[in-house]
Design a protein around this ligand. Structure first.
Ligand SMILES: Nc1ncnc2c1ncn2[C@@H]1O[C@H](COP(=O)(O)OP(=O)(O)OP(=O)(O)O)[C@@H](O)[C@H]1O
Ligand SMILES: [Mg+2]
Length: 603
């Protein structure tokens, strides 16, 4: 191993004179505590090292040892159900948020291994060698590293082994042998190879109506959640982690306040997965690098997280990665770059901010894996633009790489309208592609309804501006109805509390039923208006209140209630028009909710 001697230290950056060869991006150990670092620059006889741990107390003359390989993490069945720091060192084992400096690698826990290969078999790169069960996570496939292939020489019998114990020996093409364990190392900055990337056609079901119905993200797609201070980014990401239909969740807390992360750390271990009824942690990996942890490790944490996500994808699973927040990551990039003395670009960020963001988001994909069928990584990254200004560099660069943009709005958040996603500032480029999928979920009209809703919301914004000047009652009847319908869509459909037992996750079937019902209301109300009903009478319909509260009141397993509600809607619509009024009502009407409606019904 090569050696270098520290000459100069400033925070997380040090210069050392080298006494042997070093490679760019080689990982190194610094000093007696073996602090982890990475070579980021090489001059004639000098290396510049970025250290991922606290350098307090280091002095010139300290030794730096090269590892002879890039910064790598160990990927194996021990990851699920655990909490790690930004360099993937377990936090859950130590019982505190602080890890021993230099400590690295998985624990010594044993789990059950069942081989799925036999001696003599040909093993391709990334192939499945067996299944691991036991420990905190769900059953998992164990993979050969993506860069090895050969003939299986020996396999261990089923039994309990540690993650790093040899379970299989391969004879490679060149005649040498290679021992495989349940886990293997992989460099974090290198995307894990795949057979091919596939076009995305199916959305990730998030359980949030405004996202699934208006701004869907693909399974294997990428979404950004920009939002000013306190607009609900963390609550939304947590809601997605709890409610989305991914097989595995990788949750990265990156540079956020310790108490926010503590919320996640405290809450997740107590949750059950609404889809399977199993503990949520069985399908979750949490990576926590809070604002008080070393800044350079924050820069690395995003690569660790996406590498972990790719590892589960390679097992043929659908993975969702939530990163909170990419702005804090970009700030780490800026801070470290400043220490290198690099020329600052826009907003003080280094010139390579954009390409780094691209590197990260490009690793999201739906793929055919090397050895385990189809898998995907969907990335959702929060952005905290200073003073909520979306034209700042991190937001504007991220916009170029994501397909779904879920803009959180300060005004909505202040009005406690959650999730505070602004329906006019947000977009989903892939939306059209998901129409066939929605048709399989009983919503063949989805694309048309989506367009309808968005148009109404857009018209509402314009009309409200006008109404502020001339007064709402002075607007023509048609426009008053537009305002009524848009308001109903907001209240009944877009509003969804993350803390409501019934409504925090909404199944696609329920979303479809709600969307259709609201679409029917809009059509029916417009027809009634054309037939002579006044906006006041429409606003006085008794079922409006029931429509508004349906999200909170009709649970996923009570879908027939939507049919009852629809029947009531049809009855009340029929009573709106003068023709219907002349004839006696077919059935006893429900008691209308507002005084005006009562007057009208009995007048
Ligand atoms: N979907 C929601 N349902 C109900 N309440 C919400 C929702 N989203 C946010 N809130 C409320 O808003 C508060 C702030 O949300 P949150 O902490 O997620 O904001 P943030 O954008 O992450 O803030 P910061 O910029 O400080 O990280 C929460 O404590 C909660 O009370
Ligand atoms: Mg937050």
């Amino acid at each position: 191993m090569s050696l270098a001697i520290v000459r100069w230290i400033a925070g997380p950056v040090l210069h050392a004179t080298k006494q042997g060869p070093f490679a760019l991006r080689e990982s190194v150990r610094v000093g007696p505590q073996a602090l982890l670092g990475e070579v980021v620059r090489i001059h004639d006889d000098l290396i510049v090292v970025q250290v991922y741990e606290d350098t307090t107390g280091l002095r010139p003359g300290t030794e730096v040892h090269g590892d002879g390989q890039p910064l790598a993490i160990r990927l194996g069945p021990g990851l699920l159900g655990q909490i790690f720091d930004g360099l993937l060192r377990p936090l859950s084992d130590t019982g505190s948020a602080f890890v021993q400096p230099g400590l690295r690698g998985p624990g010594t826990a044993r789990r059950h291994f069942t081989p799925q290969v036999v001696a003599g078999a040909l093993l391709g790169p990334g192939a499945v060698i067996g299944e691991a069960t036991g420990g905190a996570g769900r059953a998992q496939r164990c993979l050969a590293p993506p860069d090895v292939a050969g003939v299986v020489e020996s396999v261990v019998p089923p039994g309990d082994y540690t993650d790093e114990a040899t379970v299989c020996t391969l004879r490679l093409g060149d005649g040498s042998t290679r021992a495989l364990a349940m886990s293997h190392a992989w460099p974090v900055r290198t995307p894990r190879p795949v057979t091919r990337r596939l076009p995305t056609e199916v959305p990730l079901v998030t359980g949030q109506r405004i996202l699934d119905c208006l701004f869907p993200v693909a399974q294997g797609g990428k979404a950004a959640i920009p939002g000013g201070f306190g607009t609900g980014k963390t609550v939304l990401l947590e809601a997605l982690a709890k409610g989305c239909n991914a097989d595995v969740i990788v949750y990265l807390g990156c540079g956020e306040r310790g108490n926010e992360m503590a919320g996640v750390l405290d809450e997740f271990p107590t949750l059950t997965d609404p889809r399977t009824g199993r503990p949520m942690m069985e399908r979750t990996v949490i990576i926590a690098n809070t604002s008080n942890m070393p800044v350079a490790a924050r820069e690395a944490s995003i690569y660790c997280a996406i590498t972990v996500a790719e590892y589960f994808r390679d097992q043929g699973l659908h993975v969702a990665l939530m990163a909170d927040s990419t702005s804090r990551w970009a700030e780490a990039l800026r801070e470290v770059s400043g220490r290198f003395g690099e020329l600052p670009g826009e907003g003080g960020y280094p010139a390579y901010l954009s390409s780094r963001l691209a590197d990260f988001y490009e690793r999201a994909a739906l793929v055919e894996t090397l050895g385990a069928g189809i898998g995907s990584v969907t990335v959702m990254g929060a952005i905290s633009p200073p003073s909520g200004d979306f034209s700042e560099p991190v937001t504007s660069h991220t916009k170029r790489y994501v397909k779904a943009f879920w803009a959180l709005d300060v005004k909505r958040a202040q009005a406690r309208f959650y999730p505070a996603i602004h329906p006019l500032q947000s977009y989903a480029e892939d939306a059209r592609e998901f129409a066939p999928w929605w048709a399989t979920q009983g919503n063949g009209q989805w694309l048309a309804l989506r367009r309808r809703f968005l148009t109404l919301l857009d018209e509402q914004a314009q009309l409200e501006r006008m109404a502020r000047i001339i007064g709402k009652d002075a607007l023509p009847a048609r426009q008053q109805l537009t305002l009524l319908c848009a308001e109903l869509i907001n209240e009944a459909f877009l509003r969804q509390s993350a803390f409501s037992e019934i409504d925090r996750v909404c199944s696609p079937a329920r979303q479809a039923a709600m969307m259709r019902l609201l679409g029917r209301f809009v059509d029916g109300a417009e027809a009634a208006l054309a037939a002579g009903a006044t906006p006041e009478r429409i606003a006085g319909m008794g079922c409006l209140r029931a429509l508004q509260r349906m999200g909170e009141e009709i649970a996923d397993d009570a879908l027939p209630k939507f049919a009852e509600l629809q029947a009531r809607l049809e009855r009340e619509l029929a009573q709106l028009t003068p023709a219907a009024e002349a004839a006696p009502p077919a059935a006893a009407p429900d008691t209308p909710a507002t005084p005006e409606a009562r007057d009208a019904a009995h007048g």
